[in-house]
Write a protein that binds this ligand. Structure first.
Ligand SMILES: Cc1cc2nc3c(=O)[nH]c(=O)nc-3n(C[C@H](O)[C@H](O)[C@H](O)COP(=O)(O)OP(=O)(O)OC[C@H]3O[C@@H](n4cnc5c(N)ncnc54)[C@H](O)[C@@H]3O)c2cc1C
Length: 385
């Protein structure tokens, strides 16, 4: 059987692109070496924000959040979206860039307010503001459940009769004049008109099967969980807190805890060999920074911590575009791609059916070779790009 499009990857990007294709009546099938969201998507922290320095990504994130809200509201699906609001804390070096970013956000309909340290102190008591020159409050930011969201998209795909080939690794890709053939590890072959590789940290390896060389790397990143003592719950930070000055992000987790992750890059690694053990040093570094900002966090006790892979591009922005005669890629989301996927998937779907989408051009896989890498984020916190 031949489909119009084959999608490699049942992470949130592959699933949402497949969903938007299927909704247009395009025949599509999805293949994944594991299960739905069993890769990095299922390990994501689920921070949802539109505070991006790139206006297009801000706009995408904003509209995606409304789709996450729809999933949460509709019977039978869920995203876990909670609009907690988000507070961003910056040092003196970022003041101009923060003001410019908030102006741009206003231009694309994202509500965000610049706060002075004195205003932060009144509105968000309990934070030590050493080193903070400026803050931003985004009321629409919040948290979601990436695993639940991905499962919901897989349910929507099943309802649209899209085949999901799970537990089947792609080991071969051949572009033919009239289409593309994808060989699976059980020896079966899927034939399609076009191919989308949305395989997260394994994307570069699959792209090489058709001779495309993408500058993508995999970085191991940890998420550190802490649980408040019962008598501290009333003082817990109730919203997303992205402490750019101290280099970490945090979000409330369940009713009693919070999780933390770093904003800066780590060393590249081999995506087939994930060290899932989070070291005491990794925990102390993040928990210490969080405790210095919010003393209530210093009294919290260890909770579940985990590690997973970011698929990172040289400028920490997505890599989306055509890389072969019939092959396209959507990867390189560099630790910030969950929240973008519900709407970005629609743009990727349009690319696959040949509709021009000039706003995706900035993410072209060629940009690194042609000197058109993007700038974004704040200093080492390129994840806010
Ligand atoms: C620790 C952590 C925290 C994060 N926090 C956030 C956050 O708070 N907010 C946010 O917006 N984003 C966050 N992210 C980023 C987000 O998780 C990713 O951007 C997003 O999940 C990428 O989705 P994807 O579908 O592109 O790739 P993936 O989730 O990596 O999915 C790729 C899929 O391809 C499959 N695959 C690979 N090779 C093959 C093969 N040969 N054959 C078949 N299948 C294959 C894999 O099994 C996998 O399921 C975080 C990521 C991590 C790791």
């Amino acid at each position: 059987m031949t489909s119009d499009v084959i999608v490699i990857g049942a992470g949130i990007h592959g699933l949402t692109a497949a969903y938007h294709l299927a909704q247009r009546g395009i025949s599509v099938e999805v293949v994944d070496k594991a299960g739905v969201a069993e890769g990095p998507t299922g390990d994501a922290s689920g921070v949802v924000r539109s505070y991006y320095t790139n206006s297009f990504l801000a706009e995408i994130a904003e509209t995606s959040a409304t789709l996450l809200a729809d999933l949460e509201d509709q019977p039978g699906t869920a995203s876990g979206l909670r609009r907690t609001g988000g507070l961003y804390l910056h040092g003196a070096d970022d003041v101009e860039a923060v003001r410019a970013t908030v102006d741009r956000l206003g231009g694309v309909g994202v509500e965000a307010e610049v706060l002075t340290p004195a205003e932060i102190e009144v509105r968000h008591p309990g934070l030590h503001l050493d080193g903070i020159a400026i803050g931003v409050w985004e009321p629409g930011a919040g948290t979601a459940d990436p695993h639940r969201t991905a499962l919901s998209y897989s349910q929507l795909l099943t309802a649209l009769t899209v085949p999901l080939h799970l537990g089947r690794a792609v080991i071969g890709i051949e572009e033919l004049g009239s289409g593309v053939e994808v060989t699976l590890d059980d020896g079966s072959v899927l034939a399609g008109g076009r191919l989308l590789i949305a395989a997260g940290p394994w994307t570069g390896r699959l792209a090489r099967l058709i001779g495309a060389d993408l500058p993508l790397t995999a970085e191991r990143h940890v998420v550190v969980g802490r649980r408040h003592l019962p008598h501290d719950l009333a003082d817990a930070v109730p919203h997303v807190l992205i402490d750019v000055a101290a280099g970490y992000y945090s979000r409330p987790w369940g009713d009693e805890g919070y999780v933390l992750g770093a904003l800066a890059a780590t060393e590249p690694g081999n995506p087939d060999h994930l060290d899932r053990e989070v070291t005491a040093q990794e925990i102390d570094r993040l928990a210490g920074a969080a405790a210095r900002r919010a003393p209530v966090r210093g009294r919290a006790v260890p909770d579940r911590s985990w590690a997973s892979w970011y698929d990172v591009s040289p400028d920490w922005q997505p890599v989306i575009g055509q890389i072969g005669e019939r092959t396209f890629v959507d990867a390189g989301t560099s630790g910030h791609g969950f929240k973008l996927a519900p709407v970005l998937g629609d743009h990727v779907a349009r690319l696959l059916i040949g509709e021009a989408d000039p706003r995706l051009d900035q993410f072209s896989p060629d940009r690194f070779a042609t000197g058109l890498a993007l700038s974004g984020g704040f200093g080492t916190a390129r994840i806010l790009g």
